[in-house]
Design a protein around this ligand. Structure first.
Ligand SMILES: [Zn+2]
Length: 271
């Protein structure tokens, strides 16, 4: 088993464990047989102790002050202002196409707004950082929401977004992933794992995959010829001030973990 294959299995197991844990609390004993995870606890422990798991940096839990938050908010604004999107070349085969959600729309569906930054700004920051970290290793490009060349061949297409909720319902949404068929599920869950690891989230805090229709039927999926997987990552609920601050301060760690996950994923044999 290759190392990245191993990690893929870890993610699958972690997710099934989470699901089994949350479901079995509500069902009567006797129906649990059907919910057993694929691996035994011993096998799971062996996988979790693999050094690859520790290559993903983990949220330190340190408190941060307002200055640190402002620093990252201003970095996000700069990343948005000076974003260099890439021109796609139909003769190339890309490893990763990253799309900055809603960028640079000024009307129509322009994206969500937090207290400190707008969705386009935090998405621009994370996309820029991921590209920076991968550019020497993979053929990675960053594209806007509209006007890019279509039918481009790439291993992975990933759109970066944040979620929004009305004020009366803020701080109830977790991160989520969206994709249009099961061939994308493992890859996207792997990215969800990278995000969960960054913020020390239990994966049960995520929304169900494709919890909104827009996630499953994301408009740009049909614009790319992906050979591995395509999906949307809703990194966090931007309308929750606490989560917004966390996402800003953790943006670089998130980019590191996403870059590592994308790097490992592109090493998978293609199906
Ligand atoms: Zn969005």
């Amino acid at each position: 088993m290759t190392r990245s294959k191993l990690i893929y299995n870890v993610v699958a197991v972690l997710l099934s464990t989470v699901l089994v844990g949350s479901v079995s609390a509500e069902v009567s004993i006797g129906s649990e047989d059907a919910l057993q995870p694929a691996l035994s606890e011993k096998e799971l422990a062996a996988i979790l102790s693999d050094p690859v798991i520790n290559e993903f940096s983990q949220y330190s839990g340190n408190a941060f002050d307002d200055d640190t938050v402002r620093f990252w908010a201003s970095k996000a604004k700069k990343a948005h202002q000076s974003l260099n999107t890439d021109t796609l070349d139909a003769s190339k085969y890309y490893d990763v196409v990253l799309q900055v959600g809603h960028y640079p729309r000024k009307k129509g569906v322009t994206g969500g707004e937090g207290e400190l930054v707008i969705e386009q700004e935090i998405a621009a920051l994370v996309a820029t950082l991921v590209r920076e970290k991968l550019v020497s290793k993979l053929n990675v490009v960053v594209i806007p929401a509209d006007g890019y060349k279509q039918n481009i061949k790439t291993k992975i297409f990933l759109a970066l977004h944040t979620d929004s909720a009305p004020l009366s319902k803020s701080c109830q949404l977790g991160p989520s992933i969206g994709y249009n068929d099961n061939t994308d599920a493992l890859g996207m869950r792997f990215l969800a794992f990278a995000l969960a690891r960054t913020f020390n989230y239990d994966l049960s805090k995520f929304m169900s995959d494709n919890y909104t229709k827009g996630l499953r039927s994301y408009y740009a999926f049909k614009h790319f010829n992906t050979t591995m997987f395509e999906g949307v990552l809703e990194m966090e609920e931007l309308t929750c001030p606490e989560k917004e601050r966390n996402l800003l301060v953790g943006a670089d760690d998130l980019a590191t973990n996403l870059a590592l996950a994308l790097e490992l994923a592109t090493k998978e044999p293609e199906v």
